[in-house]
Design a protein around this ligand. Structure first.
Ligand code: ADP
Ligand code: ZN
Ligand code: ZN
Length: 728
């Protein structure tokens, strides 16, 4: 039944995992109901915060069944702009996710809750004429008050700056305000005061000109530049152009790439502090960043994935650094690719978007090859440093110590003797990836996952890297009682120990999630390395990104062989990207660099292409393979993932779902077990839907998904849709 009347019906997004909006009627209030405003509504026995997504004049329900809004907590202030609502609507349709969860993902956590409010505009403080006079008056000075007055003598200051003065700054400020020595005003946007950069190199100049030329319209740029080729410099130049004309800009970086080093480089060059946001901030800080973006006070925001959804009325450019990075795809809940949504947002706003990387993802690469993106190559290192030399070490018949061959050991020794630094890369933390009994073959496996327990020797624990399972290391074999337990394989903890034994005089720093737990620890270690004395760095991919270590001249890649013959068709692409990133750490400055790759497969074709012809040729090669095999980006995929404690429930649901798949251009395959079938005590399987065109994929998915909640077998499992999946 459909009801129509002059009373508006509000379609509200609520934070519940249901694929629909909910209809409400407005309450008596002076506030006009409008799309983008937050509301408080009754939902079952609860009250929930929601966001009005649409105002309509009809409902599928009779009007007398519709509940009324309880409150508009922000009055006339919009929580989401029209532009963001349109983007979010596109997102829930494209990613087939519950609208409420998509909308709430775009709000800072405080605003998802009842009681949370959009804050008043932030203030700044300046001296009054009375205050200026007081500053010159020596009698009766109180130190704290004068320090505060002094801090304002060169211009307005913010509460963040005042907080740094003393813990009791609030009390002091209140006094100064009462005396009318100081007055407050609404904060002004930071003004650009750029420092001079380098003279541009030819390649940089071409890229900057092309990007600047595309201002005011939608254009996707691939900035494809080797490590050290001056990509960041290009970002700074194009940002300067946007910001100097009153625009706002957004720079998205991978989780691991958001370092204080990066932020201070931007601050120094642009002459103001960008607003930084990531999931590690407190709720209050996130709300502040959101509000600064919304009010236009934030001219430049640097953030991780979720910063993409910040409201910015003057947004004129989006830049994604390290566009290939896996952390741009959210891997649970609302599984979106922030790269693809960034492109979508730029298209909607008719602004340029810049994707920067040394190792383009195949998706981006093929868009550039097909000229949908304009492609700017930077192939010269800006500092003039040479590209590192590769040396492939066939591991057959090598003497090994804890994973390092004697030849690599010798090269490390030579590097240290020259007074330089070496970096040893292994993407596996812990001491050994498995603990084995040499009598009976028992090995430590996780009870909840299809995974071995990693032996962390220093902390005397066996740890599952896939769930939170922790156990003590047994003294004897739990199966046969023999005293024959040994680690098999090696992790960074073992490398550290082996290297410390071989080079006892050399400072050694380990970078991985175990050694770098405390905040600021990474920065402290990095600063130590930059001091430049001969030293050894051991680490996981934490070391591969962002940081510039000028005195590293040797990189040893201990082992990446698993990726060469993985069942995951993306493993090779990721391995190539990782290798190039790690190699990029060598010889960034004046000193030439060398990279040693240890492998059992020195003749692997793709490996050879990468090493002899470079990443672009490597990418073109695997692109050709993917095209031949009709894999993405030459086809479009979606998964129906399902998990439950019992395998039978999952299988039954997926078989059932498969039978209900509508006919059309898209084909359905499976069910298949996930790469890791059991994880955290749940069995995980999936169905794969694949199509030649995006449109047929989406048409069939939409039809299919509508019926899934009604399948009787759906009640015993969890299920979700993953469009453009990145892992299986
Ligand atoms: P990427 O982001 O591609 O790794 P960066 O922008 O960090 O490269 O540049 C690498 C180094 O080269 C930095 O120290 C930077 O200051 C310097 N640099 C960048 N562009 C130039 C240039 N045109 N002339 C001289 N040095 C440059
Ligand atoms: Zn045993
Ligand atoms: Zn586990």
């Amino acid at each position: 039944m459909q009801s129509t009347s002059t009373i508006p019906v509000l379609r509200v997004a609520l934070p519940v995992p249901i694929r629909q909006l909910f209809d409400y009627l407005p309450c008596e209030s002076s506030v006009s109901p409008q799309a983008g405003k937050r509301v408080v509504v009754p939902f079952g026995h609860r009250k929930l915060v929601g966001v009005i997504v649409e105002v309509s004049d009809n409902s599928d329900l009779p009007f007398n069944k519709l509940a009324k809004v309880i409150d508009y907590p922000d009055g006339e202030t919009l929580a989401l702009t029209r532009e963001l609502l349109d983007l979010l609507k596109w997102c829930w349709r494209y990613y087939k996710h519950a609208p409420g969860e998509v909308v709430f993902n775009a709000l800072p956590p405080v605003l998802r809750k009842i009681g949370g409010m959009i804050p008043a505009p932030p203030l700044q403080y300046c001296l009054t004429p009375l205050g200026e006079a007081r500053l010159l008056e020596p009698v009766g000075r109180i130190k704290a008050q004068f320090a505060m007055l002094e801090s304002m003598s060169k211009g307005a200051v913010t509460d963040t700056q005042l907080r740094a003065l003393s813990p009791s700054w609030r009390k002091t400020l209140a006094h100064l305000l009462k005396q009318q020595w100081v007055h407050s005003e609404i904060r002004q946007a930071a003004s650009l005061n750029p420092a001079r950069g380098h003279a541009m190199m030819e390649e940089q100049k071409l890229a900057v000109e092309a990007i600047n030329l595309s201002r005011g319209r939608f254009q996707c740029h691939l900035l494809d530049g080797i490590t050290g080729s001056g990509k960041t410099e290009v970002y700074l130049l194009v940002l300067e152009a946007v910001l100097s004309q009153g625009g706002q800009a957004l720079l998205l970086v991978p989780e691991i790439g958001l370092t204080p080093q990066l932020v201070s480089r931007f601050t120094e060059r642009l002459g103001f502090e960008p607003v930084v946001t990531h999931s590690g901030l407190s709720e209050k800080q996130r709300l502040q960043a959101w509000d600064m973006a919304r009010s236009g006070l934030a001219r430049l925001v640097i953030g991780t994935r979720s910063a993409l959804f910040l409201p910015m009325a003057e947004l004129q450019m989006i830049i994604l650094d390290e566009e290939h990075d896996a952390s741009f795809k959210q891997q649970d809940g609302f599984r979106y690719s922030s790269r693809d949504v960034a492109v979508k947002r730029a298209a909607g706003l008719e602004i340029p978007v810049v994707l920067g990387t040394a190792t383009p993802s195949l998706e981006t690469f093929s868009n550039a090859v097909d000229r949908r993106y304009s492609w700017h190559r930077l192939r010269q290192r800006a500092t003039g440093a040479a590209q590192p030399r590769w040396r492939v070490l066939d591991l057959i018949q090598q003497t090994m110590t804890g994973g390092i061959s004697s030849i690599a050991m010798e090269a490390i020794n030579e590097t240290l003797e020259k007074g330089e630094q070496a970096l040893i890369f292994l993407n596996r933390r812990g001491y050994a990836p498995v603990l084995l009994c040499h009598e009976c073959g028992w090995h430590g496996a996780c009870q909840h996952c299809d995974a071995n327990l990693t032996w962390h020797r220093a902390s005397r624990r066996l740890l599952c890297h896939h769930c939170d399972n922790i156990s003590q290391v047994p003294l004897m074999c739990p199966a046969c009682g023999a005293d024959a337990l040994q680690g098999a394989g090696e992790g960074t903890e073992q490398l550290e120990q082996v290297l410390a034994r071989s080079f006892p005089q050399t400072p050694l720093l380990r970078f991985d999630r175990d050694s770098v737990r405390r905040k600021g620890e990474f920065e402290r270690l990095a600063a130590q390395v930059k001091d430049g004395e001969p030293s050894l760095l051991v680490g996981t991919q934490m070391l591969a990104k962002g940081h510039h270590f000028p005195r590293v001249t040797l990189v040893v890649i201990v082992n990446l062989d698993q990726a060469l013959y993985s069942a995951d068709f993306r493993a090779l692409e990721r391995m190539g990207q990782l290798m190039v990133q790690v190699a990029g750490r060598a010889g960034r400055d004046k000193l030439p660099g060398e990279v040693i790759l240890q492998t059992h497969y020195p003749q692997h074709e793709s490996l050879l292409t990468l090493l002899t012809a470079g990443y672009e040729a490597f990418a073109a090669d695997i692109c050709a393979d993917r095209r031949a095999a009709r894999l993405p980006p030459f086809s479009y995929q979606a998964l129906l993932r399902s998990d439950a404690p019992e395998k039978n429930d999952v299988r039954r649901f997926l078989d059932h779902a498969k039978r209900s798949f509508p006919a059309g251009g898209a084909m359905i395959y499976g069910p298949y077990p996930a790469m890791m079938e059991r994880r955290s005590g749940r069995v995980r399987w999936y169905l794969l839907v694949q199509a030649k065109t995006r449109s047929s994929l989406h048409r069939q998915l939409d039809e299919w998904i509508m019926g899934l909640p009604r399948l009787s077998t759906a009640r015993k499992v969890r299920w979700s849709i993953d469009v453009d999946p990145q892992d299986y």
